[in-house]
Design a protein around this ligand. Structure first.
Ligand code: HEM
Length: 344
């Protein structure tokens, strides 16, 4: 893969996020049909898929360095974005092992891991990290193990303990979320943290999703795509900072929608961790403005129809009500009602 990283970019005002043509073409466009409703859209997370972003265990793209810098800044402003409960220590080391093995295997030019028994040596070239440590001995790392590694990866991560036939969100680092909070959800069960979501509970999706995850096997990760929309290329749309980004939703017009409104896609991957039996939930966020979506014929037509016909309960939950009509207005110019086929 092309491993050139952008040196400039800003995920807060003044915003600056540019996507190369290659980055646009690897965007995981989430709609297989012209309409959208929640579903059990879980598939094996194998190193294959329609776009390149799906083909590695953890996707690293041109925004890697700037995104890790933004994460570090959020953590310095609000250290409680990373919390791991004490009984999750084994899961922290499981995470280190999974992340270091996968990154060094998938990107040998960027990351290198050598292991001599418990003595490990980790090199992260893009972030200039060269760390010797003893696996299992937290005192040999500059941060707690989970935090050390999650700081070096794009996206959010939560650790779920499995007890009493349920999953409990007992740790995580969450800095690029779509309006939910780790502090608030910490210690909750699968159905408790999903309580704000409309419709999906009644449709049986959370019953089936939980049953499926309780049986997830080590070495057989799964993935699903989720989506929402965000004004400006802002990663940190957290409830904690709602006063900063919430009002941006009121300034969208028919004219500026193409630049301000971004389709926000989450590539969610789920892994059983071997020692702790915990589940790692990873959320990789991709942001693309409507003007870039409009470069791809099928995407601009499909997004127009999805947004135009979106269930009002989903529109309200995703926070789109203040500007959805402007996005639909912009995209409508591309749609002359031609028939499209399923799949992308
Ligand atoms: C939303 C976490 C697995 C379906 C959410 C939210 C969180 C979350 C924090 C936001 C809730 C809010 O508004 O406060 C997780 C974690 C999972 C997991 C940690 C695994 C351990 C799943 C699975 C499914 C699912 C397996 C479906 C099969 C959904 C749906 C939404 C949602 C449909 C609403 C998303 C939207 O409309 O933007 N999840 N989830 N989740 N989750 Fe999950």
């Amino acid at each position: 893969i092309d491993t050139t990283f952008r040196s400039a970019g800003s995920y807060r005002a003044p915003y600056l996020l540019e996507n190369s043509d290659a980055a646009i073409l690897r965007f995981p466009f989430p709609f297989p049909e012209d309409t959208y409703m929640y579903s059990m859209n879980i598939e094996p997370h194998v190193k294959a898929g329609e776009v390149d972003s799906l083909r590695r265990t953890f996707d690293v793209d041109e925004h890697y360095v700037v995104e890790c810098q933004e994460k570090a800044r959020i953590l310095s402003e609000d250290p409680k974005r990373c919390i791991v409960l004490p009984h999750m220590q084994k899961a922290e080391w499981d995470f280190i092992e999974l992340a270091m093995n996968s990154l060094s295997e998938d990107y040998p030019d960027l990351f290198h891991l050598s292991r001599d028994g418990m003595r490990w040596h980790w090199i992260n070239r893009p972030l200039n990290i060269d760390q010797h440590f003893v696996f299992g001995d937290a005192g040999t790392l500059p941060y707690a193990p989970f935090e050390f590694m999650a700081r070096q990866m794009q996206g959010d991560f939560t650790l779920q303990d499995q007890r009493d036939n349920d999953l409990w969100m007992d740790g995580g680092m969450v800095t690029s979320q779509a309006d939910w909070s780790l502090k608030f959800d910490l210690g909750m069960s699968f159905k408790q943290w999903h309580a704000p979501v409309p419709k999906a509970g009644e449709m049986g999706i959370f019953d089936r999703g939980l049953r499926f995850l309780l049986m997830l096997q080590h070495g057989m990760p799964v993935r699903r795509l989720n989506w929402t929309m965000t004004i400006n290329p802002r990663l940190d749309t957290s409830p904690e900072n709602f006063t900063i980004w919430g009002r941006d939703r009121t300034v969208v017009t028919d004219d500026n929608a193409k630049d301000l409104v971004h389709l926000r896609v989450e590539l969610q991957t789920l892994f059983r961790l071997p020692r702790s039996n915990a589940i790692l939930f990873a959320v990789r966020c991709y942001l693309l403005p409507l003007r870039d979506i409009a470069l791809v014929h099928k995407w601009r037509i499909r997004l127009h129809r999805v947004l135009r016909d979106l269930d009002p309960a989903l529109s309200a939950y995703k926070g789109l009500d203040l500007y959805r009509a402007h996005a639909v207005h912009y995209l409508s110019q591309f749609d002359n009602n031609e028939l499209t086929s399923k799949g992308i």
